[in-house]
Design a protein around this ligand. Structure first.
Ligand code: NAD
Length: 338
C-alpha cells in the first residue's frame, strides 16, 4: 500500500520534483499539497489534475486535517525548520530538501523531537543517488591503487539565485556545497574532523551571503579534501556533481571529462580507463523516496537521516566559522552531544 504524503512548497524545484518523482513514485500518493502562494498551488494542482480538496495554504491545517504518514518539505530553505517542527509534533515522518536547516541547534532540536515522536527525518541529499556518484563510489571501493592520499574537488556555476537565496547567509555553502561536502563524507566514507575555510563576496554581486568558497576538509580517516566552489562564476559551468580527483599511492580516480565524455576514470600511471556506469534503477530522488519509504515501513533510520546529516551541516557551518575566525575548526569540539 502506498504511503500518504503531503508536499509543502511548490516553487520551481518543488513542482519539478512533484511531477517527475513524487507522482510517479510506487511508494507515495498525495494526501495534501501546501504552498503559501495560492497561485503556485492552483497551477500545480490544475496541471496535474489533483483535487482542490487536498490543497492548503497553511501547513498546520494540512497536517491537522488530512490522514497522512509523511511530509516532503520542498519550501525554500529558511522555513524548513518551522515546517519540520510542526510536522514532527503531528507525528509525521519528514523528508526535507537540502539544506536540512540553517543552524546546528535547529537540527539537534528536530532530531530530538523526531526521537520523542518515533518519526524519521531524511534529508534529500539526492546526489548520493546519482549514477555518476554511485559509479565513482564503486570505483573507489574497487581501486587497487593503495592508500588514498588526498582529494581535490571543484564546482563553478553561474546560477541566477532565487530572491530568498540572495538574502541568505552562507549562500553557496548551504545551497550548493551542501551536496559536495556530503559527497566527501559519502565517498571517503568518513566524517569530517576539521575544516579550514574561507568564504567571500565581491562588490555588486547582488548576494548578501558569500557566493565563493574555498576549504580544506580533513576526515577522521586522515584524508584531506581541497575544495573550491562558486555559484557566481560566469564562463564555463560544471556538471552539478562537480569535478573530482581522488589521489592514491598508485594512481588516481576521477569524476571528470578526461577525453571521452564526463564520467569516472581510473588511471594507474600507465593506463587510463573509463569505468562503465553502474546500473542504477532509482536515479537521484527516485532513490531517496524509495529509501525514505523503506525506512518508514521497516521502522528504521533512513540512510541519510537527520542524525547523519547534522554532520554535513556542522562541517558547512564550521567552514563559515573558520573563515570568520581565520583558524582551523575542529568539529569534534563543536559537537559534544552526538
Ligand atoms: N536537491 C536539489 O538538488 C535541489 C535543487 C533545487 C532546490 N532545492 C531546494 O528546494 C527548496 C526549494 O527551492 P525552489 O528553487 O523551489 O525555491 P522557490 O523560491 O522557487 O520556491 C519556494 C516555494 O516555497 C513556498 N513557501 C515558502 N514558505 C512557505 C511555507 N511556510 N509554507 C508553504 N510554502 C512555502 C513559496 O511560496 C515557493 O512557492 C530549497 O530548500 C532548495 O535549496 C534542492
Amino acid at each position: 500500500m502506498k504511503l500518504n504524503i503531503i508536499q509543502v512548497g511548490l516553487g520551481a524545484h518543488g513542482q519539478g520534483v512533484g511531477e517527475h518523482f513524487v507522482m510517479p513514485s510506487p511508494d507515495f500518493i498525495y494526501s495534501g499539497l501546501v504552498d503559501i502562494n495560492p497561485n503556485a498551488l492552483a497551477v500545480y494542482a490544475n496541471k496535474n489534475n489533483l483535487p482542490q480538496s487536498i490543497c492548503f495554504t497553511d501547513h498546520e491545517q494540512a497536517f491537522r486535517e488530512t490522514e497522512s504518514d509523511a511530509v516532503f518539505i520542498s519550501a525554500f530553505s529558511p522555513v524548513h525548520y518551522e515546517i519540520a517542527k510542526s510536522a514532527l509534533k503531528h507525528g509525521l515522518h519528514v523528508l526535507i530538501e537540502k539544506p536540512f536547516v540553517l543552524t546546528v541547534a535547529e537540527a539537534d532540536e528536530l532530531n530530538s523531537l523526531a526521537a520523542l515522536h518515533g518519526c524519521n527525518i531524511m534529508i534529500n541529499q539526492n546526489y548520493r543517488y546519482f549514477t555518476s556518484v554511485l559509479t565513482l563510489k564503486q570505483a573507489l571501493q574497487d581501486s587497487r591503487l593503495g592508500k588514498m592520499l588526498f582529494v581535490q574537488s571543484s564546482f563553478f556555476y553561474d546560477h541566477d539565485g532565487k530572491p530568498y537565496q540572495k538574502q541568505m547567509d552562507n549562500y553557496t555553502l548551504l545551497e550548493m556545497s551542501v551536496h559536495h561536502v556530503d559527497m566527501i563524507r559519502f565517498l571517503v566514507d568518513s566524517d569530517i574532523a576539521e575544516v579550514s575555510g574561507k568564504t567571500w563576496n565581491h562588490t555588486g554581486s547582488g548576494y548578501a551571503g558569500d557566493p565563493h568558497v574555498h576549504a580544506v576538509y580533513t576526515t577522521e580517516s586522515g584524508v584531506s579534501a581541497f575544495y573550491l566552489s562558486s555559484l557566481l562564476a560566469g564562463g564555463v559551468s560544471m556538471p552539478w556533481e562537480g569535478v573530482w580527483r581522488f589521489q592514491f599511492e598508485g594512481g588516481s580516480v576521477h569524476l571528470d571529462d578526461l577525453g571521452d565524455g564526463f564520467g569516472v576514470y581510473i588511471a594507474d600511471g600507465t593506463t587510463k580507463t573509463k569505468a562503465p556506469m553502474i546500473t542504477n534503477e532509482r536515479e537521484s530522488i527516485h532513490g531517496v523516496l524509495h529509501e525514505f519509504a523503506s525506512s518508514i515501513r521497516e521502522k528504521r533510520d533512513p540512510s541519510i537521516s537527520g542524525k547523519d546529516n547534522v554532520r554535513t551541516l556542522s562541517a558547512l557551518l564550521a567552514t563559515a566559522e573558520s573563515s570568520r575566525q581565520g583558524r582551523t575548526i575542529h568539529l569534534s569540539s563543536t559537537r559534544t552531544n552526538q
